[in-house]
Ligand binder design. Structure first.
Ligand code: PLP
Length: 396
């Protein structure tokens, strides 16, 4: 018996267990103190009403002889792929529905896509990073090269000789930093990947938070990206589907390596290992693009954006360096007074009852930084801002 011993190379992630432990200890010591949780990366508003009715109708259809749907197409129903292609077209991006694959969310595809690539490839990930990119590659034993995201480059690293590889992960708007690449920034990566025969895995899970049409919400807004990039996206943060599960991945027809079409390979992979997302859920997801659904979805996004603005205003007022807060639900800031992220975590909990996420949880360059999220209520966000504002040492 040969086990995949690369699993032994994975570092245990204690981040959220550690956070929960510290909160529990605090609550035991101070049962009357009210805690405001600004650490979660999960949405809190309910699903758009149009998505709910569409799923109710689809579930009822499944109970009728004429409306029943058994196995669906592994790649996803045409109604949803066509709706997505239309949505891209509005941004000037032309995609054929057969270049779009419906998934049960971005996380699964980020891991599954690695089936297409040899184990000898070198993977380039930014530091700090969404840990899934790192762990999925450690599991396969791939070499990982880190590309430094720092205060100096605004947490938006550009390619250079130190970060040459085969597979490049980019996430914009970024988790955890909230930083968003401009078209010029993304173009530098696309050109670099094309010159080096590399492939970019572009995570656009937060693209719907972008409000400035000059900022790219899809990598295919960059010329040449269809020859070097796969885009992974999700209804999770866009339409509140974190618990309902639906996403999509774009693998362009033009993307070929070693004479192999990655679109054909992905289709083959999906038809072999995946049986599609449920009809009910795909109907719910498609309803987010109806005029009513779009209005409801945009209202939810606007609600979170307003929270982000409140937090950004506080950090500006306190003269604290930060990224994100605009075009993103995340705010990533330098811990005041030379504190580490964990020290800041303890002080904010103790003195303000506010919980965030220490930057150390996302990589070495996260050290001394802290992440707050806008996925809370207006009331709780305003209260957190008030409490942080009152801390005399909380400034840049
Ligand atoms: N990509 C990033 C950058 C994320 O932050 C998350 C979730 O937090 C995901 C992907 C996973 O999204 P999904 O819910 O679609 O699996």
């Amino acid at each position: 018996m040969q086990m995949n011993t690369h699993y032994q190379d994975l570092k245990e992630s204690y981040l959220f267990t550690d956070i929960a432990k510290r909160i529990r200890a605090f609550q035991e010591k101070h049962p009357d103190r009210d805690i405001i949780r600004m650490g979660i990366g999960d949405v809190t508003l309910p699903l758009p009403a149009s998505c709910v009715s569409a799923m109710q109708e689809a579930a009822a259809e499944q109970g009728t002889q004429t409306g029943f749907h058994g196995y669906g197409p592994e790649q996803g129903y045409a109604f949803l792929r066509e709706a997505l292609a239309e949505r891209y077209a509005k941004k000037g991006v032309t995609l054929q529905p057969n270049e779009i694959f419906i998934s049960d969310g971005a996380k699964s595809d980020l891991g599954n896509l690695l089936d297409l690539f040899g184990k000898e490839n070198t993977v380039v990930v930014p530091d700090p990073v969404y840990p899934v990119y790192v762990d999925t590659n450690i599991m396969a034993g791939r070499k990982i090269v880190y590309c430094n995201a720092t205060k100096e480059n605004g947490f938006l690293p550009l390619p250079d000789e130190s970060c040459r590889g085969d597979l490049y992960y980019l996430c914009s708007p970024n988790n955890p930093t909230g930083a968003v690449y401009t078209k010029e920034g993304l173009k530098a990566w696309v050109d670099f990947a094309l010159e080096n025969d590399g492939v970019i895995l572009f995570d656009a899970a937060y693209g719907s938070f972008i409000t400035d049409s000059d900022l790219p919400a899809s990598i295919y807004e960059i010329e040449g990206a269809e020859k070097c990039a796969i885009e992974v996206c999700s209804f999770s943060k866009m339409a509140g589907f974190t618990g309902t599960r639906c996403g999509w991945t774009v693998v362009p027809e033009a993307l070929c390596r070693q004479g192999m079409s990655l679109n054909r390979m992905w289709l083959r992979r999906q038809t072999t290992k995946f049986n599609g997302v449920s009809y009910v859920v795909q109907k719910g997801a498609a309803a987010a693009f109806t005029p009513e659904g779009e209005k409801e979805m945009q209202a939810n996004l606007a609600y979170y954006r307003e929270n982000a603005v409140l937090l950004a205003e506080l950090l500006k007022k306190k003269n604290i360096f930060f990224t994100g807060g605009a075009h993103s639900p995340y705010l990533w800031f330098k811990a005041p007074a030379g504190l580490s992220g964990w020290e800041l975590f303890d002080r904010l909990l103790e003195e303000a009852g506010v919980v965030g996420t220490p930057g150390e949880g996302f990589g070495e360059n996260g050290s001394g930084f802290f992440r707050l999220t806008a996925f809370s209520t207006h009331e709780k966000t305003a209260e957190a801002v008030k409490r942080l504002d009152a801390l005399t040492w909380f400034h840049g």
